[in-house]
Design a protein around this ligand. Structure first.
Ligand code: COA
Length: 260
């Protein structure tokens, strides 16, 4: 599969997807969103891949937002469609992947860029990274899930401040606010993300998938997260991974999980 705006690299069981439009600070245009959807859909069904890392090309930006030049002349209907299709193809898609997705935030993560990082399950940022939702400075609002996911991660008060001020925050503030999980020097970002991916890859893919469904269900209106947990817990008992994990424990050896 050939991509114009992405670089894909498989490192053992990790797929690294690099958004590759550095001259436009990796802004998300329609083509990039479609390519991301294809790459992620293929990774989700590829049994060789256990964890996905998303990062940006160059040293300046993770993703500097949705492509402003592409949507500047859109109508109300086109604006609504842009948001709806973005949710479906990329932002909800990432969050609902059956495999863990790590955002390696290597620079500016603004607007759609921060929304993409927030859709990922885990965020590691470099010390130089700057994050914000500056949409209101353009006369629009975050339209790729930012109004919801930012409040979930940092709380309503800080989310309303970040969105209304359109201000960028440093990665150390983002760490303090719970927006990112870790901050490391830029030079250590790729290895830190890969080491975490390797640690995750040793565990049962089926159980991780179940656990993510249970956690995420608690954020869905009208869904009881505890009920989802009970159901997913039961499902684990029917998996090969559960048999392998418990047998390996009893036999005092390392488990080899198939993900089934
Ligand atoms: N959409 C489209 N193009 C973008 C972009 C975006 N979100 N962000 C950056 N670019 C482009 C610039 O237009 C410029 O392209 P050009 O050289 O063809 O003119 C190129 O990327 C480099 O950006 P530039 O603004 O020159 O870099 P800078 O270092 O001076 O500033 C930023 C960096 C991130 C502060 C600035 O680019 C910016 O504010 N970007 C928009 C952020 C934003 O509002 N995102 C939310 C969108 S909803």
């Amino acid at each position: 599969m050939a991509y114009n705006n992405l670089l894909l690299e498989e490192r053992e069981t990790t797929l690294v997807i690099t958004i590759n439009r550095p001259d436009q600070l990796n802004a998300l245009n329609r083509q990039t969103i479609e390519e991301m959807n294809k790459a992620l859909a293929l990774a989700d069904v590829n049994p060789e891949i256990r964890v996905i890392i998303i990062t940006g090309a160059g040293e300046k930006a993770f993703v500097a937002g949705a492509d402003i030049k592409e949507f500047a002349a859109f109508s109300v209907e086109e604006g609504r469609l842009l948001s709806r299709s973005g949710h479906k193809l990329l932002f909800d898609f990432v969050e609902n992947m059956s495999k863990p997705v790590i955002a390696a935030v290597n620079g500016f993560a603004l607007g759609g860029g921060l929304e993409l990082a927030m859709s990922c399950h885990i965020r590691i940022a470099s010390e130089n990274a700057k994050m914000g939702l500056p949409e209101v400075s353009l006369g629009v609002i975050p339209g790729y899930g930012g109004t919801q996911r930012l409040a979930q991660l940092v709380g309503k008060g800080k989310a309303l401040e970040m969105i209304s001020s359109a201000a960028m925050i440093s990665s150390s503030d983002a760490l303090q606010w719970g927006l990112v999980n870790q901050v490391v020097p830029l030079s250590e970002l790729p290895i830190t993300a890969e080491e975490l991916a390797k640690k995750i890859a040793r565990n049962s893919p089926a159980a991780i998938s179940s656990a993510f469904r249970a956690v995420l269900s608690g954020y869905k209106k009208g869904v009881n997260g505890f009920e989802t947990e009970i159901n997913e817990f039961g499902i684990c008992f029917g998996t090969g991974d559960f048999k392998e994990g418990t047998s390996a424990f009893v036999e005092k050896r390392k488990p080899v999980f198939s993900g089934k």
